[in-house]
Each structure stands twice: as structure tokens, then as C-alpha cells.
Design a protein around this ligand. Sequence first.
Ligand SMILES: Cc1ncc(COP(=O)(O)O)c(C=O)c1O
Length: 362
Amino acid sequence: MNDFRAEPEALQQQQIAAAERVLRSGWYVLGNEVKTFEATWAERCGVGFAVGVGNGMDAIEIGLRAIGIGAGDEVITTPMTAFATVLAVIRAGATPVLADIDPETALLDPLSVERCLSSRTKAVLLVHLYGQVKAMPQWVALCADKGIHLLEDCAQAHLASWQGKVAGSFGTWGAYSFYPTKNLGAVGDGGALVTNTDAIAQQAQILRNYGQSQRYQHPELGLNSRLDELQAALLSVRLCWLEEFTARRRQIAHAYYTGIQNSNIQLLAPPLSKENHVHHLFVICCEQRKRLSAYLTEQGVSNLSHYPIPIQHQSPCQDIQRDPQGLSQAETHAAQCLSIPCHPQMSDRDVAQVIEVINDFK
Ligand SMILES: Cc1ncc(COP(=O)(O)O)c(C=O)c1O
């Protein structure tokens, strides 16, 4: 699904130079590399502040705690996400409530979100699943109307945009993951919280560092969740390649949308505009997913499901609150979705081969 060893030699050399710079600097945690990356990332996201943290899950937990969401508060989100999204809500002390998805995109369904609202709802936590942002003005309006926060889990959607505005800049904050396989990935764990609100950024800086405001002063019970210098330096290098890599992902997705034609397989709706989607994953749906997966593997085409088990079926979440009308679309999608290779190191030949193999599936 990824091939880091096939990345351009120039990128490898830049990474080695950046790593050497950090090693020789003698400063390894929360230093100038982090500050530089935070400033660049904030600028690219079109927000005032970025706070580097240990990973994407912590970015969500820290973001929730930084705005005072915790015990007794409900946060509406999706069952079709990485477990980390919901775990972060629980770790912040809040109560996750699951709304159903739109089967065309696998993104949250606003009507289901409305059914999940209660007097305790404090936020909607959107997940820009597979790399897509959609209908952002409607989400902004819905949250403003209800007087609740719009929060964005951007772990899969680095620099996806809607009408010129970038993921993470629409609501109170956005949480990014830089896990190695993400569109912008570190060489280990990393994450960032992005926001336009100075006070939230300051509180996140406190929370990521044991709740420390000044040396040895701890007004909060925080986490140890700091982005280190090595990861920040490597992220600064990899950020210079992100645009090119995203363009390649879009080309591959376009080839799949036009080339995959098999009545046993359904594609999700293509994005309205290419900027809306950064194709972190390309997902197809098939009623005979197990058979398709085995066939692809046998033909040498990697595949994985994102996600085969929706959150409500994970054992700690069986009693999780949810849309009173159920989560039937998420159940169906989880049973049928299959991600096929879509990464910048694929050649045109690789892409053509994936299409041919999929079209031959009977
Ligand atoms: C949608 C989503 N949210 C959150 C996360 C958590 O990110 P991390 O692994 O950096 O904690 C991930 C990563 O798997 C993700 O895909």
C-alpha cells in the first residue's frame, strides 16, 4: 500500500541532511526545528497557529481538553474512522456519540448528526475520511446554529481544501497525524493541532508538556506529547514534496475513476472538485469483499479494509451512544469497503495493472 524505499533519491538525501543537522545540533525536543515546522504548517493550513504534538490521537485529546470539553459533554462523530478518533474523545473524559454515514462518500451524514444532538452536545468532530473534505459551509452553519464547536480530524486529509480553505481551518481546531503512512508522514509518530485561536494554541502547548506553563509550574494535569526535533526536521523536508505527491495521488485516483469498470464493484462518488480530495486512500466497495481481497492478493495487488469493524463493534464500545435510527450505512460500508494501492511511488504501469486485475474480477 506504500513504498517508502522507492521514494526519490533527492528526497532521501534531503532527509539524511536534515537528520544530520539535528544530530549535530545537540537539541532534540521542542526546539527550533519544531518552531519552524509549526510556523510553516500553520501557514499552509491558513491558520494562525500549529502546535506540534506526539501523534494524531493526542492532537484530538489535547484539542478537546484545550477547549474545556470533558466529563458530561457529548461529541458527535463517525463510526467509520480509526479507533484513535473515538479513543481520544474517551480519553478526554467526554462521551462519544456515533452518527451514521452517507453511503456515497462514507463521510458523516448531517441528518444523522442532527438526530444525535442533545442538550449535552458540545461538538461535532468531522473526520475527513480517505482524504476528502465536503460541504464545509453546511457543517459550519449547522454547528453555528446549534451553538456547538466544529472540530476536524484531518489525519487523512493533509491540505485538502474546500473553496480555497484548507482542512483544519473551518472550525475551532483541526487535528493532524503525521504517522508515516499519512500523506505527510514523519519517520515515526507525530501530530499537530491547528487553530486560529491564540488561547487554544497556548493551552495546547501547556497540555502537551505535562501541563507546564512555565518551568516547574503545572496548572494542568497534561500529557507528555511533544513533537521531537528529528521528526519536525524530516516533516519540513517532506512538506516540500507534498504538493507533487498529492498531484500524483490525484492522477492515480482519476485513472481508477475512469478505468475501473466491473459491475461487481462500486466506487465512492468522485469529489466535486479535485482540491477537495487528497486521496489518502482509494476505496472500492464489493458485496463479496472477502473473495475480492483474496483474488487481489493472489494477483499481487495489495489491499486492506478501512475499516472492517465499525467503532460500535469494538468490545469497549458496544454500549456507545448512537443515532436512534441505527448505523446501517456504516455497517454496510464496513462490510464492503476495500482500499487498493494509491500512493505517489506507483508507476503508470502499476496503476494500469491494478485496473486490469480489478476489471477481470468475476
Ligand atoms: C482518521 C484518523 N484519526 C486519527 C488517527 C490517529 O493518528 P495517530 O496514529 O497519529 O495517533 C488516524 C491514524 O491512524 C486516523 O486515520
